[in-house]
Design a binder for this molecule. Structure first.
Ligand code: DGL
Length: 271
């Protein structure tokens, strides 16, 4: 039996959306201590260049490393798409990105061999999902679609508006027309819009990458013998306390949180 490891698990995202992942994590691993960092000062990552997303991700990783984490969970799809190899090379602890677990579930779900990927512009442009899918099965046809309006729609709380149904139809119609049968929600915010997608396109099997991610983190914690034996807790840190912060926290994380701390990230060079 491995000794219990009480160090915390670091989780980061471009903002509060990654709390969808944290929410699944605390349910799956209630005995773990989580340190979440949301880069609210620099969100959105989804419209930024790969170089900048990489730099931001490395700065966050160094910060979390100083807090003695035992694992780094990259909850942000855009950060995973651009920075996962660099983060894995840089860190001395296991690094888990959100893309691979979602891809595995997507490939188990498809019967037609045609799958859909939706995400931010930057994630879609990176083709990171496609690359991961084709690493496992090169015969699968991938239809990708950037849905840049979904992040602001979710943050406005417009999950059940007619406007949202129109946006869903516009973005996902082409996936439907091309015979896609399974779609991965490749962005932290999209689990909240899942219901609107299911109403418009009930035939799609929707893969929630936050649920898949929690399963992967739990498996990794147990496989590497670093599970904690304590009472779990959550600490949330942000790089900017904005006016929207507490409403976003309630939206993405329906659990009690003691406090949200603001921190200043030291800048590092892009390397
Ligand atoms: N967290 C980002 C993602 O999962 C969405 C928000 C952003 O653009 O930064 O891709």
């Amino acid at each position: 039996m491995a000794m219990p490891d009480s160090r915390q698990i670091g989780v980061f995202d471009s903002g509060m959306g990654g709390l969808t992942v944290l929410s699944e994590l605390v349910q799956k691993l209630p005995g773990e201590t989580f340190l979440y960092l949301g880069d609210t000062a620099r969100i959105p990552y989804g419209s930024r260049s790969p170089r900048t997303v990489k730099r931001y991700s490395m700065e966050i990783a160094s910060f979390l490393e100083q807090h003695d984490i035992k694992m780094l969970v990259v909850a942000c799809n855009t950060a995973t798409a651009h920075a996962l190899p660099d983060l894995t090379a840089r860190m001395n602890v296991p690094v888990i990105g959100v893309i691979e677990p979602g891809v595995r579930a997507l490939l188990s779900a498809t019967q037609s061999g045609k799958v859909g990927v939706i995400g931010t512009r930057s994630t879609i442009k990176s083709a990171a999902y496609e690359t991961e899918i084709h690493k496992i099965d090169s015969s699968v046809k991938v239809v990708s679609q950037a849905c840049p309006l979904f992040v602001p729609i979710v943050e406005e709380g417009w999950m059940n508006k007619e406007f949202t149904r129109l946006a869903v139809r516009e973005y996902l119609g082409p996936l439907h027309d091309q015979g896609v049968d399974a779609v991965v929600l490749g962005c932290t915010h999209y689990p909240l819009i899942r219901h609107a997608i299911a109403l418009e396109f009930p035939e799609f099997k929707l893969i929630d990458s936050s649920v898949e991610m929690a399963g992967a983190v739990s498996a990794a914690v147990h496989a590497t013998g670093i599970a904690s034996a304590g009472k779990g807790s959550v600490r949330i840190m942000v790089t900017d306390v904005t006016e929207q912060l507490s409403s976003l926290q309630d939206l993405f994380f329906p659990h009690p949180v003691a406090a949200v701390d603001e921190i200043l990230l030291p800048e590092i060079s892009a390397g």
